[in-house]
Design a protein around this ligand. Sequence first.
Ligand code: EZ4
Ligand code: CO
Length: 410
Amino acid sequence: MLIEKAEVIVTSPDRNFVTLKLTTDSGITGLGDGTLNGRELSVVSYLNDHVVPLLIGRDAHRIEDTWQFLYRSAYWRRGPVTMAAIAAVDVALWDIKAKAAGMPLYQLLGGASRTGILAYGHASGASTDELLDSIRAHQEQGFQAIRVQSGVPGLRAIYGVSAAKTDAAVVEHHYEPAQRAARPVEEDWDTRAYLRHLPTVFEAVRHHFGPELPLLHDGHHRMTPVQAARLGKELEPYDLFWLEDCTPAENQEALRLVRQHTTTPLAIGEVFNSVWDYRQIIAEQLIDYVRSSVTHTGGISHLRKILDFAAQYQIKSGIHGPTDISPVGMAAALHLDLAIHNFGIQEYMPHGERTNRVFEQSFTFTDGYLHPGERPGLGVELDVDQASRYPYQTAYLPFNRLKDGTVHDW
Ligand code: EZ4
Ligand code: CO
C-alpha cells in the first residue's frame, strides 16, 4: 500500500490547527496533527517543503522505517518543529494501518488495558470564590479530577485563568492561552506573591470539596528549584495529584533539589520533544508523570518509547491535552492511553463547536472518563469544506514581564 498523496491542511475554526492528510493507492486516508501553538506555519513549511515530497511512493505500512528515515536523514535532530512534523506523519500512518486492519488503533498497540481514561479538566478563577464556582461547574460536566489555577492579588492577567467571566465562558470556553493578535500579549508576574497566595487557595478548595477529589496544579515553568521545593512542601497537606512544570527543566538536574525537599508528585514535559529530554529525570526517578503530547514528541511511535522507558521506574503518563492539540492529536493520545499499562491521567480541554464540525470525532466523555471509540483507525475525519471556511489567523502565546520590566518564563 503506497502513499499517493500528502496534503497539509491549515484551519482556524476556534484556533489554528495543522493537519497532515495522507492518501494511499488503495484509497485509505490517514490524519496526523502537527499543530505547534504560535509557530504553526513553521511546521507547515517543514512538511510541505521537506517531507511531503519524500512521502510519495513510500510503503504506508512501514511506520518505524519512515520514522527513522525522517529523523535520521534530516541530520538535524529533535526540536519542536521537526518532531511535530514527524509526529504528523507517524500518526497518519498509524491511522491508515488501523483502518486497513479494520480495527480501532488501540488494538494495534496491544489492546485495551482499561475500560476508560480518567481525564482532568481546567478549573480557574480570578478570585477563590470564582474558582470554587468553576470547580463545581466542572464537576457538573462530569470531571472527576480537576486542575486548579487561580489569580494572584496584585497581578492583572495570569496563566491558566480565563479572562471571560460569564458562566457560559467558564463552562464552555475553557481557558485558551493563545490570542489572535499580531504580537504576543504581555502579562505580569511576581513569584513571591504567587508563593504566598497559592497555599491559601488549596486550603479553601480542600475545605469546600473534601479530601477525595484529585487536584492538580500547573506552575508553568516559573519557579527556581528552591522556590519549587518550597511550594511542593507547602502544598503537601492538600495532597495534590501532581505539581506540573514547577521549574523550566531544560536543566534536568534541577529536579533533584526539588525532589529532595518534597513528596508532592511532580509532572513535567509538555515542551519536551524527545526521550533525551527525559533521560536523567526518568532514570533518577525525579518525576512521577510524563507530560508530553503525541503531537509534539514524534508521534505515537516515539512517545510510546518514552512511556515504556518511564514504566520501568514506576513513572506514569499524563499526556498533554490542551485545545492546541487538535482532535486528531487527542484521539491519538486516547488510543495510547487505553493501551499502555502505565497510564496515569489524561488532560482534557474540550474543543469548541466550530472545531468539532471541522473534525468529526468518535471519542466520548462519560462521567469523567474518555474513550476513543470503536471506529477503525483514529476515529477522526476532517471535513475539508468546513476546514476551508476558516483560514489561518496570526496568533501568539502571551509572555511575562516582572515589575522591573525583566522578561520572565511564561
Ligand atoms: O500552556 O498548551 O498544561 N497545559 C498547559 C497549556 C500550555 C499550552 C501551550 O501551547 O500548560 O495550557
Ligand atoms: Co502545562
